[in-house]
Design a protein around this ligand. Sequence first.
Ligand SMILES: *[C@@H]1O[C@H](CO)[C@@H](O)[C@H](O)[C@H]1NC(C)=O
Length: 339
Amino acid sequence: MFLVAFFPAVYPPLMAPPANMFDNVPGYEGTVPGGGGFLPPPMPMEPVAPPQPGPEPPDWSISALEENVAREAFKRFASSHCCYSDAPATEGVITSMEPFNTYRYRLETFTESRSTEWAHKPYEGEPADFYTQPAPRPWEVQATPPELFNNHTEKIRVPYTSSIKKSCWVCNGAGVKDGVNCNHCRGTGKDRCSRCDGRGRKECQTCKGKRQLLTYIELKVEKNNVEDHVVEQNPSLKIDDLRSVTGKELFKNSQYLVYPLLGFPNPAVSQASERLVREHQTNYAQNSRILQQRQTVELIPVTKVNYKWKDNTHVYYVYGNEQKVRADDYPATCCCVIL
Ligand SMILES: *[C@@H]1O[C@H](CO)[C@@H](O)[C@H](O)[C@H]1NC(C)=O
């Protein structure tokens, strides 16, 4: 069988694992070199928390934008486009301003997933502990405590799975790769070759010249934070990217599994919450373990500004705490136009 040929059964006399060692570590059945399928977390999940009361409406208003603030934002917008004339922004007369504040719902799910594979490294005197005790199961291995909502990946050598190959199978324990001459000195070992120290041959890359390999089960622990947004879109609001700005935080809660915001005064937010919570449970509870979820509702300030320039009326929007501007019909977009 390929696997057995790949890892010849030559071990130190201390212990002699069976030839089919890959299937023989309890909890690691099916772990193969270079393989590493995801391991489903042990069931069952904890019960879902009871419904959260909807947030009490505190001060959810956002004070209207002042005219001079809207104008300054518009000037910054014009000057950030190198070809735009700033005349409409400086000379245009604001005729009316309407608030179009809009909700954004965000759900974050922080998960942990684990996978294993047989790995090897140059042998550097590590204890060969294969089978001296039962190996801890994949979800019992201690990993670094999570920093919530931050991605992190680590690789851990599973205790009691390490054994020493008597010799590196790539170079047969020579420490140099058989038949591969050092390119630099073409195998002569002369010409003061520094890359091969004059040996004429390259160091074996697999054992790094150590001649022996340690093989073990490697556990990969990945912690990932995934997030999704839903912005309540007013059809008359032609702004695609309300994701890139911040707003006023109205509600935030974080727990093991969040409960949808059913009681939220705005039904679109409740529906978004219900849908995303369901989607995240379906997508992330299968092959990973959900460690924490967080949901946030923000009110994003948006102001529609109507203004007049050279007898024509135009529109721009100021949005987000950052006061970004969107102006699709900016009337002077080329500086070479003769006004
Ligand atoms: C964290 O990992 C998730 C899933 O792989 C990815 O979608 C997200 O962009 C990552 N976040 C950061 C800040 O890198």
